[in-house]
Write a protein that binds this ligand. Sequence first.
Ligand code: GDG
Length: 457
Amino acid sequence: MGRLIVVSNRVNPPADSGVGTAGGLAMALAAALREDKGLWFGWSGQTVETYTGQMSMQKVGGVTVALLDLEEQDQSEYYNGYANRTLWPLFHYRTDLVAYERSFDEGYTRVNTRFAETLLPLIGPDDLIWVQDYHLIPLARELRKRGVTNRIGFFLHIPWPARSILSTLPRHGELVEALFSYDQIGFQTEDDCENFVDYAVHDVQAVVSDGGLVEAYGKKVRAKAFPIGIDAEDFAETLKSDTAEAFRKLMVKSQAGRKMVLGVDRLDYSKGLEERFAAYETLLADNPDLHEHLFMLQIATRSRDDVDAYQDLRARLDTISGQINGAYATVDWVPLRYVNRPYRRDELAGIYRAAHIGLVTPLRDGMNLVAKEFVAAQDPANPGVLVLSQFAGAAEHMKEALIVNPLSREDMSEAIKKGLAMPLKERKARWEALYDNVRTHDVGRWRDQFVACLKAA
Ligand code: GDG
């Protein structure tokens, strides 16, 4: 039996000491890779002046990783360019932010070719190859061109957009055709999978048969939804750690009896942070009786700082948060605590636990793991309430949350108010149903189901 080879843009297996600090996805992939002595391949995150194609192999936390250095031009055209300025906004329905530049397209193809050339000599005859995310859609095509006949799977962590949105991308047909070089493709939700099939049927007259087999371009690919989850067991352990408990206590003390409305996100325009702040302002404006009885903590860790849209968003959030505090704060009450610094996972776990409301209101999101972490962190005897956007993939299975439209500040403001006033019995009933799903549909199940389908493809 061959090994599992995971390929992703960046490679981040947890270090030996990383238990409780690394993300669930990294933990789940690393566990599978350790079990069958697999390999994790990707970009080192480093750039060199001239590309050499040299890669370095090392063992991290029992996992063999192979890292490739790219050129600066690759970073700007492939990573900051096609991946984060073309595909990311497009797939999150932000056509207003999409940049279409030929050089991005070329950089994307070039880096996928470089990945294929470097990975090629490492592939054994029976290895399964599992490619992660939108950075690497053409990788299977490039491997096939070089004679690879192994099973290759692809999982998309972000939404697959509706046909009308996708068709705004120049050469969208090429991108879709590239997916037909895989044996199995996975999406976060049924909706995403339907969007893909809809495009294939209408734009390239694909034939779809039972079990999600899609035939077009003279090739066949299986398409299916594999909703990702968190590592619930590890998260429960993390929650028991001294650090988590210390952070929970710190939060309780600093709350001084006030209820906490919590948001935790990467600072990204897809996460609906401006709209969330606006909703919170509406809540404060409409409900003077709530003043001083609650506060909002928004942790928004900076990401993709090299991209203009992220710098612009950060500047706007700085302004809005200042305006809210300027208008409503008193000498001993800060209504909005807005924090850009990152926290460790165990610290975050303690912060989640102390929250009364978890606000997860992206404008679009593949899944959203924060929603699941918030649920996993709650005290079963006195759980907080999840307010969840209808546009997060997580909403497909988390119906017991208070589901909101993030584009309506009134909707969100009312949901926060409802959550704050929700009786314990209802909070418990909703939380139990949500937690049951988080626990059973965890990241291990996601990984095992994908790999089993890929093996059977
Ligand atoms: C993509 C898709 C999909 C956040 N701040 C800190 C921190 N985080 C952690 C959270 C959570 C993770 O980052 C964010 O995961 P999300 O799922 O919310 O969002 P993306 O980063 O956009 O992820 C998404 C996901 O892939 C998986 O398929 O769900 O839809 O966009 O785990 O806790 N972690 C630490 N410090 C922070 O300050 N340690």
